[in-house]
Design a protein around this ligand. Structure first.
Ligand SMILES: Cc1ncc(COP(=O)(O)O)c(C=O)c1O
Length: 451
């Protein structure tokens, strides 16, 4: 589709937004949202004729790109057939979405509780774990994001939690492995793994194993920095959960549905949690949908006893029809394999080559279509390019980097001192190379802020 240039229409969209839309996570007067006119595949465009290659997949959700015609058609067809129906009934789109998801989730995660998105999936997973164990506490990682609702944001580790943390949520944070900024003075992945597991077991012992309902982890922490855990870590957490009767929850809201080059990141580590949350990629975010995949043991807890939770739109037919079509498209078009192949053959070598030439790149890490560049002032000291949670002038180097990327036609994902490379899993080799070239130019701007 060719972008239509219509600055007046863009100005009207922007004016109404500024007058009436209250945006998330933002100081309302300090933001300047781009008015978007359209999107297709890996690109979107504004009303002034500027077109951007989207290295963010929205908020890491358009795993099959924008406006996939088969998914758009499935939504239209479902709207014409049965747009909505209450959750207590068996509805074809819902049944089929649950079947297709359960067929792909690891182990015996075969029952699907549908939610409207990721945060409420985490809320419900934790509620299930608390009722299943009869215990109150949740352990989660400092470097994590699990959603914006009250419980999910308290499980979150990043600074977005602080404003909502009254210390009454029953959540205890611990350090998960991250060798580049090790909390354990580790020098190898194996040391980091062993020491992180030892730290978790000590945390469990000192909190009291009998008080802990769940350990909640992102399989690969996403927003907090795409930190692929060392081999053996998640299997070690699984063992600790089994040892102490704790429910193991893996949050695959961002890492799931092809992002890592597998259907689920858990497949990379051959680990099966007791509960697994998903959202985003399940239907590429075309209609809001999330959920919890529930193991046999936990499903049994609610076999004869009602599960005390629900949502008006649980398993909304329009969202479920989008999920069915998305999963079909992913299977038929080899989208998961594309993420693995373009990731390994184009993105990874391209990023490593950029790191060799740009002193601002401290580390490249990731897998599949899920990559982070850690930008630093100094490679030796690893001092971040901007301080933790920087805003305003202190964040100027990252703002300059992002502006340079946009000037070169690339919409970058920027979080603190990192840029994440998370394009649609359908990205072509040519598009990936175009994005890498724009990143190259933007990193030259970041380099100006190194010592
Ligand atoms: C790992 C993870 N969990 C949960 C969420 C929350 O999902 P939602 O924004 O759909 O509520 C996110 C969102 O980015 C996420 O990345």
């Amino acid at each position: 589709m060719t972008p239509q240039i219509d600055p007046r229409a863009g100005a009207a969209v922007k004016a109404a937004d500024r007058a009436h839309v209250f945006h998330s996570w933002s100081a309302q007067d300090l933001i300047d949202p781009l008015a978007v006119a359209g999107a297709e595949g890996s690109y979107f465009w504004d009303y002034d004729g500027n077109r951007y290659l989207d290295f963010t997949s929205g908020l890491v959700f358009t795993n099959i790109g924008y406006q996939h015609p088969k998914v758009v058609a499935a939504i239209q067809e479902q709207a014409a057939t049965l747009t909505t129906f209450a959750p207590a009934f068996a509805v074809e789109a819902r049944s089929e979405a649950a079947r297709l998801i359960a067929e792909r989730t690891p182990g015996d995660l075969d029952k699907i509780f549908f939610t409207n998105g990721g945060a409420d999936a985490v809320e419900h997973a934790v509620r299930m774990a608390r009722i299943h164990t009869g215990r109150p506490k949740v352990l989660s990682a400092y470097r994590s994001y699990h959603g914006g609702t009250q419980q999910a944001v308290n499980i979150t580790g990043d600074p977005r939690r602080w404003a909502s943390d009254g210390a009454a949520a029953g959540v205890v944070h611990f350090w998960a492995p991250f060798l580049y900024r090790s909390r354990f003075y580790a020098e190898t992945e194996q040391q980091e793994c062993e020491r992180a597991l030892e730290h978790l077991e000590t945390t469990i012992a000192f909190e009291g194993p009998g008080t802990i309902a769940a350990v909640v982890l992102e399989t690969i922490p996403g927003t907090a920095g795409i930190m692929v855990p060392p081999r053996g870590y998640l299997a070690g957490v699984r063992d600790l959960c089994d040892k102490y009767g704790i429910v193991f929850v893996l949050d695959e809201v961002m890492a799931g549905f092809g992002r890592t080059g597998e259907w689920f990141a858990a497949d990379l580590f051959e680990v099966t949690p007791d509960l697994m949350t998903f959202a985003k990629g399940v239907n590429s975010g075309y209609v809001p949908l999330g959920g919890v995949a529930v193991s046999g043991r936990i499903a049994e807890t609610f076999g004869k006893r009602p599960y005390p939770g629900g949502l008006t739109y649980s398993g909304h037919p329009l969202a479920c029809a989008a999920a069915v079509a998305t999963i079909d498209v992913m299977a038929q078009e080899g989208v998961v394999a594309n993420a693995a192949v373009v990731g390994a053959q184009v993105i990874e070598p391209g990023l490593r080559e950029l790191a060799e030439r740009h002193p601002s790149v401290g580390e490249v890490r990731g897998v599949g279509m899920f990559w982070a560049l850690e930008l630093v002032k100094n490679r030796e000291s690893r001092e971040p390019l901007v301080p933790y949670n920087a805003a305003g002038e202190a964040n100027a180097p990252m703002a300059a980097f992002a502006a340079a990327a946009k000037a070169h036609g690339l919409w970058p994902f920027v979080n603190m001192n990192r840029t994440h490379v998370v394009p649609p899993c359908t990205i072509t080799e040519t598009e990936a190379k175009e994005g890498l070239a724009a990143l190259d130019a933007a990193l030259s701007v970041a380099d100006e802020h190194t010592e």
